[in-house]
Ligand binder design. Structure first.
Ligand SMILES: Nc1ncnc2c1ncn2[C@@H]1O[C@H](COP(=O)(O)OP(=O)(O)O)[C@@H](O)[C@H]1O
Ligand SMILES: [Mg+2]
Length: 254
C-alpha cells in the first residue's frame, strides 16, 4: 500500500506538462507533485504511473516516492484560475502524489553525460512498459544532485486502452530512435540480462497491489480490481524475456 496523505493546500500548477499537475502541501507537512483523477485520461494515467514507478523502483531505477493524496473538492473553491478550479473540483477522493525533487533540473541530452549502462537500463525499462513519452523533445527525466530520476509514466502500456487486443499489442517492437538517451549507446542487451529475470509474476503481483482499488473498479470486462491487476501484469511478464530483441532505432553499446 502506498502511504496516504490528505491535501491541505494547493500551492501552484506545474506548467511544463500537458496534464497540469500541481504542487500541493499535505497533512504530513510534505510537498508533493499531485496528479489528478479529474485530468485528461484520468484514472488510467494514474494506474500507469503507479505500476511503472513501483516496477522501476524495484529494478533499481531512481523514481520519486509515491503517495496517494486524499482531496476534498472544496479545496478548489478558492482557486482564482478557472482551469485549476475545475481540475480540483472534479478530483475529489484519491489522487496520486510524488515526492517533489526540489531544485531538480530537466534533463538535457546535449548538456549531460549518461553511461551506456544506465542508458541501457532506462531504454530497456521504457521498452518493457512501452513508454512513448521519453523523447529528446520531452525527456521526462530530471537531474538532481548529479543523478537521473525517472518521472511521468502516464503514457505507457498502450494496451490498457484495448484489453481484448492486449496480448497481441504486447508483442510489438519498441522504436527508440527518438528516445532521450538514444545517443548514449545504451547497452540494452546488458540491461536485459540483469533485469529481465527479475520481472517475475511475484514481483508484478507486488507492484500491481500498490494501485488503489478506487482506480481499478468498474473497468468493463473485469469483475474485480484483482482481475484487472492480473491483466496489467500479463503483458509485462510476456514482454520481459525478449523485448530487448525488439528495440529498434538505436546503435547499441557493448
Ligand atoms: N517529482 C518531481 N519533482 C520535481 N519536479 C517535478 C516532479 N514531477 C514533475 N515535475 C515537473 O513537472 C513537470 C510536469 O510533470 P510531468 O509528470 O511530466 O507531467 P505531464 O504529464 O503534465 O507531462 C515536469 O516536466 C517537471 O518539470
Ligand atoms: Mg511530462
Amino acid at each position: 500500500m502506498l502511504k496516504e496523505v490528505i491535501a491541505t493546500r494547493y500551492i501552484a500548477p506545474l506548467r511544463e506538462g500537458g496534464s497540469l499537475p500541481g504542487l500541493v502541501e499535505a497533512d504530513d507537512l510534505g510537498t508533493y507533485v499531485m496528479k489528478f483523477t479529474g485530468a485528461g485520461q484520468g484514472r488510467k494515467t494514474l494506474v500507469a504511473e503507479v505500476i511503472c514507478a513501483e516496477l522501476a523502483r524495484r529494478l533499481g531505477l531512481r523514481v520519486p516516492g509515491l503517495v496517494t493524496i486524499g482531496l476534498d473538492a472544496v479545496l478548489g473553491l478558492g482557486e482564482p484560475e478557472q482551469q485549476v478550479q475545475d481540475l480540483l473540483r472534479s478530483s475529489g477522493g484519491t489522487n496520486l502524489g510524488m515526492d517533489f525533487l526540489s531544485g531538480a533540473l530537466g534533463f538535457d541530452p546535449l548538456a549531460f553525460e549518461v553511461s551506456g549502462e544506465e542508458a541501457g537500463r532506462i531504454v530497456w525499462f521504457d521498452a518493457l512498459v512501452n513508454n512513448v513519452d521519453r523523447s529528446w523533445r520531452n525527456p521526462n527525466l530530471l537531474m538532481s544532485q548529479g543523478d537521473l530520476w525517472l518521472i511521468d509514466h502516464g503514457a505507457t502500456m498502450i494496451w490498457h486502452h484495448n484489453w481484448p487486443g492486449a496480448d497481441a499489442s504486447a508483442t510489438r517492437s519498441y522504436d527508440a530512435s527518438d528516445h532521450a538517451l538514444a545517443r548514449f549507446r545504451p547497452d540494452v542487451a546488458g540491461a536485459a540480462a540483469d533485469l529481465a529475470p527479475r520481472v517475475t509474476e511475484e514481483l508484478l503481483a507486488e507492484v500491481t497491489a500498490q494501485v488503489p482499488d478506487a482506480w481499478l473498479v468498474g473497468e468493463p470486462g473485469f469483475d474485480t480490481p484483482d482481475d484487472l491487476r492480473r491483466a496489467y501484469a500479463r503483458p509485462l511478464l510476456a514482454r520481459a524475456a525478449a523485448v530487448h530483441e525488439r528495440v529498434t532505432g538505436i546503435e547499441e553499446g557493448t
